[in-house]
Design a protein around this ligand. Structure first.
Ligand code: GLN
Length: 506
């Protein structure tokens, strides 16, 4: 076990900036670990060895010359979900249709990371176009959960979450349209944050469902997630939905929370998030987490958000509708794959052949569902209805936040399921998002923090903390306080219980 790969981002940054260790050494340690174990985990689709070492060298040069470093995370390695455009570096979105596509520009998130001196190690595996809950919908093979290699690492950002749990990177970036940051965090025992919609620029983030998509930070600790949140957040004139307001003070909140005092804080337990789909061990771990919050001085009350029961069906109309429109751009003319243009086929035939060959089954299913839901005569019955449900869910949140400061729930109803277990049952797959989707529909922030291990299978459980729009500092404070109490109760960070992976002979 290497100290460098098993440190937090905050620890690494402090050492790099003090000149105690170089960013190049830290970066090499992570690249070596990726080289040694990624054949097993398969978190990465592309590793940018040269780019990472060059970025690390620039930070080391700053430190050596006594210049101020570019940001509090300068020199720290990170794994980037392959849905963000990166200039000169392949960006596939886990799809064959974008195989070998090399973007001519950087997404705002990628640019901010570079400007901050964060070392991007490479691009991580994901469900195709971020549609899925297991990373099994990637066209490039499954990613394995480091806690149990026969299980899924969550999705769609399973590569990012697995890279953290496998100590291949201390930081990662995900995107969360219906839960793709939080659910992978939950099942890998890591931290994942979906910011307020518009809090992190979507410029250069390949669109799935534009009214829901949101990039956010992933890490092994709450403080690390907060540090990354402040690097990637903030207004971007290139994204018309980006919020023109300062990033909430999440780093200060995480530090304050670590002191472990939640007196005066009101926590609402969402009554609707329980029932037949919830694993006993998940509910038990969640109940213990709520007790821990009480122990920290929080006042805990039960609240009802009755329309949350309709969130899943509403999401599975809205997200496919928007995706059917967004994915029309993959037309064989502008990006990536082109099939059948050598046989005198018409442009229309080339488009059809390319989309047939380039999209996987889940993407096709969603394009068809969405096209149907938007078609004339059905619009009011499906898409229109779903939009009304969305309003009701926002009102549930508003009412609840009139009474409490934050809401809590399990992040996802079960622990990591087995690879293959749900591939033939789309609805069972969709149920992984039961607790995460309401925050996407309302545009409010939410995060997952590890809440111990389930006593029925020994796998990680996530505590979801939700806050009102632009009040991220509340959930960071609660999560940091809980994390400190949990580490005390478990005698150390939970993530250190990940079984050590067999390092492949090289
Ligand atoms: N699992 C959800 C879906 O399949 C959420 C995906 C996401 O957040 N990108 O749509």
């Amino acid at each position: 076990m290497s100290d460098l790969t098993h440190s937090t981002a905050a620890e690494l940054a402090a050492k790099i900036h003090a000149g105690e260790v170089s960013s190049v050494e830290v970066t090499r340690a992570h690249l070596d670990r990726i080289g040694a174990i990624d054949e097993t985990v398969h978190a990465f689709l592309h590793v940018d060895t040269d780019g990472a070492l060059a970025a690390a060298q620039r930070v080391d040069d700053d430190v050596a010359a006594g210049r101020p470093v570019a940001s509090p995370l300068a020199g720290v390695p990170l794994a980037l979900k392959d849905v963000f455009a990166t200039e000169g570096i392949p960006t596939t979105c886990g799809s064959k249709i974008l195989e070998n596509w090399i973007p001519p520009y950087d997404s705002t998130v990628a640019r901010k990371l570079r400007d901050a001196g964060v070392v991007v190690l490479g691009k991580t595996n994901m469900d195709e176009f971020a549609m899925g809950s297991s990373t099994e919908n990637s066209a490039y093979g499954v990613t394995r959960n480091p806690w149990d290699l026969d299980r899924i690492p969550g999705g769609s950002g399973g590569g990012s979450s697995a890279s953290l749990a496998a100590f291949q990177a201390p930081l990662a970036i995900g995107t969360d349209t219906g839960g793709s940051i939080r659910q992978p965090a939950s099942v890998t025992g890591t931290v994942g944050v979906k910011p307020t919609y518009g809090g992190v620029s979507r410029y250069g983030l390949v669109a799935f469902s534009s009214s829901l998509d949101q990039g956010g930070p992933c890490a092994r600790t709450v403080l690390d997630a907060a540090l990354l949140h402040e690097v990637i957040g903030g207004h971007d004139p290139l994204d018309s939905t980006s919020i023109d307001a300062p990033v909430p003070p999440v780093v200060a909140a995480a530090r304050e929370g670590a002191a472990g005092d939640l007196r005066g804080l009101r926590v609402g337990v969402v009554r609707e998030f329980t029932g037949e789909w919830y694993q006993d061990g998940v509910i038990a771990a969640f109940d213990q987490a709520v007790e821990a919050l009480r122990g920290l001085g929080a006042e805990v009350v039960e609240v009802s958000c009755p329309h949350f029961d309709y969130a899943l069906p509403a999401y599975y109309l809205i997200a496919p509708s928007e995706c059917s429109s967004n994915l029309a751009r993959f037309d064989a003319m502008r990006y990536g794959l082109r099939v059948g243009d050598e046989n005198g086929n018409s442009a229309e035939q080339v488009m059809a052949l390319t989309r047939e060959a380039g999209f996987g089954a889940e993407v096709k299913r969603r394009v068809m569902v969405g096209t149907y839901a938007l078609s004339s005569g059905y619009y009011d019955a499906y898409y229109g209805q779903a939009q009304k449900v969305r309003t009701l869910i926002s009102r549930d949140f508003e009412r609840a936040f009139g009474d409490v400061d934050v809401l809590v729930s399990p992040t996802t109803p079960t622990t990591a399921f087995r690879i293959g277990e749900r591939v033939d049952d789309p609805v069972a797959m969709y149920r992984a998002d039961l607790c995460t989707i309401p925050a996407n529909l309302a545009g409010t922030p939410a995060m997952s923090v590890p809440a111990g291990l389930s006593d029925d299978d020994g796998l990680p459980v996530g505590l979801q903390v939700m806050a009102p729009a632009l009040q991220e500092q509340r959930m960071y404070k609660v999560a940091a306080a809980y994390e400190a109490a949990r580490d005390k109760a478990w005698g150390g960070p939970l993530i250190n219980r990940v079984p050590e992976l067999e390092v492949a002979a090289r």
